[in-house]
Design a protein around this ligand. Structure first.
Ligand SMILES: [Zn+2]
Length: 173
């Protein structure tokens, strides 16, 4: 059993980049908003400040990585197309994450079945498979919801700075 505390942090990062559409050639400086989540453990409740800092650092670096993902898949404001390679890579990563969560579910099923089977084999199988399926389903649901929010919301997190009337902030002085 783990004794201690798990700190979580959510950080956002605004990065300046250049958007370039491979389809129509439209290019613009952009400001991209990335969001990241991080965790840090303080075993036996020791080093709480360190755990908070680790959570913060992880969240900040994930926020920067997230901004790069958002920029890669944002649809072009001129022609509406997404970079086909980046879009494919994004979907492949989603598929891999799903397969990974399924694998974790299988491990949980086997471990629980093994433990419970000591009492009764049938109960062990039912309980183990049930727990594995539920944990995989919950993990996959959350992961897919996050990914589809990034996919659909990318356009809201990129501000195109070239044409003031196109950016979400409206005209700039
Ligand atoms: Zn374009």
């Amino acid at each position: 059993m783990y004794v201690g505390r798990k700190h979580t942090a959510i950080r956002s990062a605004e990065v300046e980049r250049t958007f370039r559409c491979k389809g129509c050639g439209y290019a613009s400086p952009v400001r991209v908003l990335g969001i990241g989540e991080g965790t840090g453990n303080s075993p036996y409740f020791l080093d709480g400040d360190g755990a908070r800092r680790r959570a913060d650092d992880e969240a900040a670096s994930r926020a920067h990585a997230d901004a790069d993902v958002v920029l890669a898949i944002v649809p072009c404001p001129e022609c509406g197309e997404r970079d086909p390679e980046a879009a494919r890579a994004f979907k492949v990563r989603g598929l891999l994450a799903t397969l990974g969560l399924l694998a974790v579910g299988c491990v949980i099923a086997v471990v629980f079945a093994a433990i419970m089977s000591r009492a009764r084999l049938g109960m062990g199988l039912v309980f183990g498979v049930g727990t594995g399926v539920l944990s995989a389903a919950a993990g996959i649901y959350v992961d897919r919801a996050k990914r589809s929010a990034t996919w659909d919301g990318a356009i809201l997190r990129v501000t195109f700075l070239k044409d003031g009337d196109r950016g979400q902030d409206g005209a700039r002085p």
